[in-house]
Design a protein around this ligand. Structure first.
Ligand code: ATP
Length: 234
């Protein structure tokens, strides 16, 4: 479904990714975990076309997407839910959701996906006329998630969806991410909350200083001594 092959990315003189290869399977959740600065967000930015590759290739379905402009990558069906959400705080919840559909013309499909977003998160329907800036942090995360649904993607990329939100909402967001995968969407989940990520994912990659230090079945990685000590605090 999505394949990152031997990615190298630089920011000026800093080598942020040093030969990273990652695969995400259709209809499953693939987690990337690792400490601050390990390169997780850079991988996601590379997929979305927001940073250029020094070398390597990115394949989505049967297309090579590295070098494409971000808009084209969105059109192919990749939705990025960024860290920090990037909402329009002075706009209503509904208008924020509709910005997700900005590249679409299929009115009926947009209407259907709007219903789907409201079904995933009924609170967004109740607050549809409110300004996004008036929502709690957790509700804003739901809104960012719903906006991604409105772009009608095949692949969702979540960058730290649990960051700064209450544990009960983290659980709800986690359940909705699992629901997406159950419905056949493909998910890449970046998390510093390694427990959440390893519980949700089928496969996981541990990134350390721009390299894949470990990869494998998420349940097995949860029992790996190195992962337990460094990332799970056990
Ligand atoms: P975090 O969880 O803190 O977001 P991360 O694993 O997502 O960490 P990245 O943000 O991908 O890590 O950063 C990887 C490396 O690239 C780090 O050394 C970081 O300092 C560097 N880096 C990231 N963004 C930039 C930038 N815009 N300019 C220069 N260096 C950067």
């Amino acid at each position: 479904m999505l394949s990152l092959k031997n990615l190298v990315v630089h920011y000026g003189g800093v080598e942020a990714l040093k030969d990273i290869s990652i695969q995400a399977e259709k209809g499953s959740i693939t987690a990337l975990i690792g400490s601050n600065g390990a390169g997780k967000s850079t991988c996601l930015r590379a997929i979305s076309g927001l940073v250029p590759l020094t070398s390597g290739e990115i394949w989505f379905e049967d297309k090579r997407i590295d070098g494409m402009v971000p808009e084209k990558i969105v059109r192919l069906g990749i939705a990025h839910v960024p860290e920090g959400k990037r909402l329009f705080l002075q706009m209503s919840v509904l208008d924020n959701l509709l910005t997700g559909a900005i590249l679409r013309k299929d009115r009926a499909g947009i209407e259907e996906d709007l219903k789907k977003a409201f079904k995933y998160f009924p609170i967004l329907s109740q607050r549809r006329r409110q300004l996004a800036g008036k929502l709690s942090g957790g509700e804003q995360q739901m809104l960012a998630f719903g906006r991604a649904l409105l772009s009608n993607p095949k692949l969702f990329i979540f960058d730290e969806p649990s960051l700064g939100i209450a544990p009960i909402i983290v659980r709800e967001i986690g359940e909705r991410i699992r629901q997406l995968a159950d419905e056949g969407y493909t998910i890449i989940l970046v998390e510093q909350n390694a427990i959440m990520a390893l519980e949700l994912a089928r496969k996981a990659y541990v990134l350390e200083t721009g390299r894949v230090a470990l990869e494998g079945d998420a349940k097995q990685l949860k029992n790996n001594e190195h992962v337990k000590k460094i990332y799970l605090g056990i």
